[in-house]
Design a protein around this ligand. Structure first.
Ligand code: ADP
Ligand code: MG
Length: 334
């Protein structure tokens, strides 16, 4: 089987924003929010981007659509690189992709009724029925009661707004759906409904999904591959089953260990991640995770690790990936 060409591919994507007081119209420094992020999503594939708050997940999703201008790297759409990061280039991406915002209500027109909003993509594309009954069926599919279709956005709860946004994103099935925390703030039962809807769409339309979440249970449930981000960099990525079976980066392991455990009597082998995420304005030297790493060795404090391929599409940015750590530590102990 020949691998499918990714719908979207980011290669070494970087987003820096000017920061600090401006002297003679020049900002004093740049803040690197995203550094060298490389991710590909193929048709029918669900890739999850996972990381703590502030790791750059939302910025990545927005940069792919040009809502935040990348300062370096390449974006390829169906194997063809965008000529540049101009508005015109991103128009092609936006024709193929739908973005589900982290805060869906912020993207709604306050004066437009929910039903009109959901029907609008069909109207613009001139594809799909905009009959009331068909829009109601679409709403129901996303778990939204059709009697809400005549309301205005302010009259919806957070959960209803999220479902309305899902219905709009599915109004015309795009080739790629970028969903930023699509289940945040939803009841667990509704969360499952939204995720199953994604799986169903993927199966029926071969749609590619880039799913942004800080919820590992969500990632485990739906994704084929996981990308772990830390301070704007990818620190580990690989097939979902592989990441859960044998995480290689100590950060990934710590995230997995800090997942809520349903059984209160269950005792963890290791406590969750130590300390807080450092500021982007003061990136640590060496490996940027070293201050929080329980396996830190001298080299980690001074030398930044490269992204290392482990085979089978699994890669890790760590000098001493887990499994090796024990051997190295034993050697160090003599
Ligand atoms: N426009 C901006 N100006 C300044 N800082 C920003 C901007 N957008 C994002 N950031 C910073 O970049 C980091 C990553 O943000 P974000 O992409 O929202 O992370 P996540 O979605 O993983 O929580 C955060 O520290 C955030 O404060
Ligand atoms: Mg976010």
């Amino acid at each position: 089987m020949t691998p499918k060409t990714p719908v979207i591919e980011a290669a070494n994507l970087t987003v820096s924003i000017p920061e600090g007081p401006h002297y003679f119209f020049q900002p004093t420094y740049k803040l690197d929010i995203l550094i060298d992020v490389s991710i590909a999503v193929s048709p029918g594939e669900i890739v999850c981007v996972v990381g703590e708050s502030g790791s750059g997940k939302t910025t990545f999703g927005r940069a792919l659509l040009g809502l935040m201008r990348p300062s370096g790297g390449k974006i390829r759409l169906d194997g063809t690189a965008l000529a540049d990061f101009s508005r015109k280039s991103f128009r092609k991406v936006r024709q193929q992709a739908a973005l589900l915002f982290q805060d869906p209500a912020s993207s709604f027109n306050p004066r437009q009724r929910i039903g009109t909003m959901i029907a609008e993509p069909r109207h613009i594309a001139g594809a799909g029925s905009t009959r009331q009954a068909d829009i109601a069926a679409l709403a129901l599919q996303a778990g939204l009661q059709p009697d809400l279709l005549t309301r205005f956005p302010h009259a919806l709860s957070g959960g209803q707004a999220r479902r309305a946004a899902v219905a709009r994103a599915l109004s015309v099935i795009p080739r790629l759906i970028i969903a930023d925390e699509p289940t945040a703030g939803l009841d667990v039962s509704v969360q499952g409904g939204v995720l199953n809807l994604f799986l169903d769409i993927r199966d029926r339309h071969d749609t590619a999904f880039l799913l942004i979440t800080h919820n590992l249970a969500v990632a485990r449930h739906v994704s084929d591959r996981i990308v772990i981000m830390y301070l704007g960099r990818v620190v580990e990525s690989g097939p979902t089953a592989e990441i859960f079976r044998a995480p290689r980066h100590p950060y990934t392991k710590a995230l997995l260990d800090s997942e809520p455990v349903p059984d209160p009597k269950h005792r963890r082998a290791e406590p969750p991640v130590i300390g807080e995420v450092p500021s982007l304005m003061a990136r640590p030297a060496g490996c940027e995770f070293h201050q929080r790493c329980r396996h830190v060795l001298e080299r980690c404090r001074t030398e930044a690790p490269e992204d290392t391929q482990l085979g089978d599409g699994h890669s890790v940015r760590c000098h001493f990936p887990l499994q090796e750590t024990k051997a190295v530590a034993a050697m160090a102990a003599g």
